[in-house]
Design a protein around this ligand. Structure first.
Ligand code: NAP
Length: 352
C-alpha cells in the first residue's frame, strides 16, 4: 500500500513536517539520508546543516546550552565536546545545533514517525501514487511528498582545494575543527557571512590565530556576529582578499594559503594548517532535476504565495531547499509545518 506522506530530509523543516504529519495520524515516513562520508563531505549529513554547527542562539525557546535527560545517554555524550562552558557573565546562551536536531528527531519519533537511514536518489512524479527510489535499491510509493533536503556548503573549485580536502581543507569547522592538526596552529576561514564568522569564532577556541579572509571590505554577517569577529583577539580579518591557492605538502597536508588582493595586484602568503570554506550554499535538488520547477540557482519554486506547493500537485517543499533568502532554522521549521498542513489538506480533499 502507498504511504500517505513521505518526507525527504531531516533538518528542522523535515522534523517539523514529521511532527505535524504524525500528530495528524498520517504516520509519516522520513528518509533522513545515509550516514556516509560522501554525504558528510558534501555537507549534507543526516540531521542537516545544524548538525554541523555549534550554538544556535536564534532558535526561540532554547536559552540553555544543554537539556539534560532527553537524549539517549550515548548520543548525548557523543556531542558533549560541542558544549563549551560560557565565560562568567556571558548569558547569551543557545542550544547546540546537534542537540537541537536530536531533540526534534526525538519529538517526531514520540508521535509515531518512522525513519529510514537512506537517501532518495530518483523520483517518478508522472504517475500516482508517486514512486521514490532509495539508495538501498528499494522503491517506495506515496500519495504525497515533502521535499526538505536543504542546501550544502559550497567550495571555490580550486584544484589545490580539492587536493587537500580532508587533509586540512574543510567546509565544516564544527566537524573538523577539534582535530589535532588544527590545534594551536594558525587557520584560514574564507567568507564574510554569518557562517564564516561563526566558524572563525569556533576555530579560535583551538587555533593560535584565525585569518578571516573576505573578498570585500565589509562583512555580510549580522551586526552581532561582526562584533564577535572584531572583538575576538585571535581573529585577524583580511579584507579585500581572495583565496588563490591552498599551499601544502603531500605528507603534511595544508601548510598555508596564497591570498590575492581583490582591489590591487598584491598577493600574500600565510602559514596555516587548515583552510575552511564558508562561502554559501547550493540546494540539494540534483535528484529532482527536470522533475520540479527550480529557479536559476536550483532552489525549488513555490508555485503559490503562502503555500508550499511545487509544480507537481501533491509534492510540497519546505526549508532551505526552497528558500535562498531567509535560510534560518526557524523559517525552515515554519515551512515544514506549512508543508505538513498542505499535505494533510490535499489528502483530505482527494479523499485519500
Ligand atoms: P552567505 O550569507 O550567503 O555569505 C556567504 C559569504 O561568502 C559572503 O560573505 C560572500 O561574499 C562570500 N562568498 C560567496 N562566494 C564567494 C566566492 N566565490 N569567493 C569568496 N567569497 C565568496 O552565507 P552564510 O554565511 O552561509 O549564511 C547563510 C544564511 O544562514 C544567512 O542568512 C545567515 O544569516 C544564516 N546563518 C546564521 C547564523 C547564526 O545566526 N548564528 C550562522 C550561520 C548562518 P560577499 O559578501 O562579497 O557576497
Amino acid at each position: 500500500m502507498a504511504e500517505k506522506v513521505v518526507i525527504i530530509g531531516s533538518g528542522p523543516s523535515g522534523w517539523t513536517a514529521a511532527i505535524y504529519a504524525a500528530r495528524a495520524e498520517l504516520t509519516p515516513l522520513v528518509y533522513e539520508g545515509e550516514s556516509t562520508s560522501e554525504n558528510s563531505d558534501a555537507g549534507r549529513p543526516p540531521l542537516g546543516q545544524l548538525f554541523l554547527t555549534t550554538e544556535v542562539e536564534n532558535y526561540p525557546g532554547f536559552p540553555v546550552g544543554h537539556l539534560h535527560g532527553y537524549l539517549d545517554s550515548a548520543i548525548d555524550a557523543s556531542i558533549a565536546y560541542l558544549r563549551f562552558p560560557k565565560p562568567e557573565g556571558d548569558d547569551k546562551h543557545g542550544v547546540t545545533g546537534p542537540d537541537l536536531m536530536l531533540l526534534m528527531k526525538q519529538q517526531a519519533l514520540n508521535f509515531g514517525t518512522r525513519v529510514v537511514g537512506e537517501d532518495i536518489v530518483a523520483v517518478d512524479f508522472d504517475q500516482r501514487p508517486f514512486k521514490l527510489f532509495t539508495s538501498g535499491g528499494k522503491t517506495v510509493e506515496t500519495e504525497t511528498v515533502i521535499i526538505a533536503t536543504g542546501a550544502s556548503a559550497n567550495y571555490l573549485g580550486l584544484e589545490s582545494e580539492a587536493r587537500y580536502k580532508n587533509h586540512g581543507v574543510s567546509a565544516c569547522a564544527v566537524c573538523d575543527g577539534a582535530l589535532p592538526r588544527f590545534r594551536n596552529k594558525p587557520l584560514v576561514v574564507v567568507g564574510g557571512g554569518d557562517s564564516a564568522v561563526e566558524e572563525a569564532d569556533f576555530l579560535s577556541k583551538f587555533a593560535s590565530k584565525v585569518f578571516l579572509v573576505h573578498r570585500r571590505e565589509e562583512l555580510r554577517a549580522s551586526k552581532i556576529m561582526q562584533q564577535r569577529a572584531i572583538n575576538n583577539p585571535k581573529i585577524e580579518i583580511t579584507w579585500n582578499h581572495a583565496l588563490a591557492e591552498v599551499l601544502g605538502e603531500e605528507k603534511l597536508g595544508v601548510t598555508g594559503a596564497r591570498l590575492e588582493s581583490t582591489v590591487g595586484k598584491g598577493s600574500r602568503r600565510v602559514d596555516a594548517s587548515g583552510v575552511f570554506l564558508a562561502i554559501g550554499h547550493t540546494p540539494n535538488t540534483a535528484f529532482l532535476k527536470g522533475k520540479l520547477q527550480m529557479n536559476a540557482k536550483g532552489y525549488l519554486v513555490w508555485t503559490k504565495p503562502q503555500r508550499t506547493y511545487t509544480s507537481v500537485e501533491g509534492v510540497f517543499a519546505a526549508g532551505d531547499v526552497a528558500d535562498d533568502y531567509y535560510r534560518q532554522a526557524i523559517t525552515a521549521a515554519g515551512t515544514g509545518c506549512m508543508a505538513a498542513l498542505d499535505a494533510e489538506r490535499y489528502l483530505a480533499a482527494k479523499g485519500l
